[in-house]
Design a protein around this ligand. Structure first.
Ligand code: FAD
Length: 417
């Protein structure tokens, strides 16, 4: 909105970025260019400082995949130029672009453009009239505007408003996850030796483990690094893990793994906070945007399960290397594409009228409905696959994890599709 020269207010339910204890890291694998398009130059210039580490991404970046039981490296999954961002650091950085008050002539002469960020505003209901939409917040205040973009995550109230509780309901995945942010100092060097950024482990018993650094930025001593450690597995029966039992359970599960993963998990301090939940998703379906007044973006529009990057390099006879991503999952990467698509449509508006805005919103939605559905369904499938050893071994993830020589006609078709 800021980039399109349109006044907007961002409402966030938390009282500040640091109000919520949980942080995590996420990687930009295939949304680097759209991200750059969405951010002002001064923020783009600082993007690397929002990374979890001091690493400069490059064309040769990979994520190592290990055999959980044997401990040997099975593949290096290409992840070229992947930015690994800390969620809070990144949110803090992009929030810098908000709360700007400046003179703007986007709509009419002498009208002030406001881009405001308000914390402590939890949206509780939405109503629309012929030419406006009003959000009501839990504190009883209201805000009326021309367009409301519900970007309040997987449990979106806006999605429920647009589609009704039944159609908007999340689907529960058979996969559950335990996540902790830990400093396994006693095993720090073993951890960093595997890979100082990220690594994953597939166990033939169907357990999947992920480790990525959450904070090593300007930290010369690896014992001070924080890691995000995730374990996921299939579990049909209800899960009751909570409190210190989560770390206890992670340690028990890690005993089935080879070293150094096994030892690293045992080194997590027992009282480290951890979270446990069942994964859920919602295959995107079209909604009625009520004349272009209400729409969705990000996880609200396409909540999806974790996805393991499955992309690969292809090399033609002349040595040209092409980067292909067969399946484009990952929530943040999709959320950034949403923002870039909307920006493109807003910039293409022939005039700043409500009719033109409604048309732009609809064009944006046509793209997101299709991409969101494919990403959510692809991720749900990928999540099941990585917990099924027989299927996983036969997957593109392991089959095409390296540079290959291929038929260029086939490559072109895959790149376009
Ligand atoms: C452990 C983990 C690792 C991940 N790794 C990756 C990765 O490597 N790559 C990737 O692409 N994706 C990754 N993801 C997914 C990614 O984090 C999400 O897709 C992304 O954060 C979605 O952004 P969002 O703004 O749409 O939603 P959210 O990040 O959920 O933000 C929604 C915001 O809305 C606020 N809110 C909620 N309800 C209300 C309300 N009623 N009123 C006002 N405000 C409200 C919330 O407080 C929150 O700040 C990962 C997710 C997790 C949990």
């Amino acid at each position: 909105m800021v980039q399109a020269g349109i006044s907007c207010t961002v409402f966030e339910q938390a009282s500040s970025i640091d109000a919520r204890p949980r942080d995590w890291n996420f990687a930009i694998y295939w949304a680097q260019s759209p991200l750059e398009q969405c951010l002002p130059e001064e923020i783009n210039n600082l993007l690397l400082t929002a990374q979890v580490d001091n690493y400069i991404p490059n064309a040769k970046d990979t994520i190592p995949v290990f055999h959980g039981e044997r401990g040997d490296k099975m593949k290096e999954i290409p992840a070229p130029y992947s930015l690994r961002l800390g969620k809070k650091k990144f949110t803090r950085l992009i929030s810098r672009g908000l709360n700007i008050r400046e003179r703007s002539f986007a709509f009419s002469a002498n009208k002030e453009k406001l881009t405001i960020l308000q914390y402590g505003k939890c949206i509780s209901s939405i109503s629309t009239s012929k030419d406006a939409v009003t959000a009501t917040f839990e504190d009883g205040t209201t805000h009326t505007a021309t367009l409301l973009i519900g970007a309040e995550g997987a449990h979106s109230l806006t999605r429920e408003f647009l589609l009704g509780p039944e159609k908007a309901a999340l689907i529960q995945s058979p996969v559950v996850a335990s996540v902790t942010i830990a400093r396994p100092a006693a095993a720090a060097s073993a951890m960093a030796k595997i890979d100082p950024r990220a690594n994953c482990w597939f166990h033939p018993n169907g357990q999947f483990s992920w480790a990525s650094v959450l904070d090593s930025y300007d930290k010369p001593d690896i014992a001070d690094w924080d890691w995000m450690l995730i374990q996921t597995w299939m579990q049909q029966e209800p899960t009751t893990l909570s409190g210190s039992a989560i770390i206890e359970d992670m340690k028990r599960r890690a005993k089935e793994f080879a070293d150094p993963y096994r030892t690293i998990i045992q080194a997590i301090p027992d009282q480290t906070p951890a979270w446990h939940n069942r994964l859920s998703y919602w295959p995107t379906q079209p909604w009625d945007n009520l004349g272009g007044r209400v729409t969705l973006a990000g996880d609200a529009a396409h909540p999806m399960t974790f996805r393991t990057q499955s992309s690969y390099f292809l090399e033609d006879d002349s040595g040209l290397t092409i980067y292909c991503t067969k399946d484009r999952g990952q929530g943040l990467n999709n959320a950034i594409h949403d923002a870039a698509t909307l920006l493109q449509q807003l910039r293409a508006m022939p005039e700043k009228t409500q009719e033109a805005l409604a048309a732009a919103v609809l064009e944006y939605e046509k793209e997101i409905w299709q991409r969101g559905k494919a990403a959510v369904e692809g991720s749900a499938q990928n999540t099941l696959m990585v917990h099924d050893w027989a299927k996983m071994a036969d997957s593109p993830l392991l089959k095409f994890g390296t540079v290959q020589k291929v038929d260029m006609q086939q490559t072109k078709a895959e790149t376009v599709s």
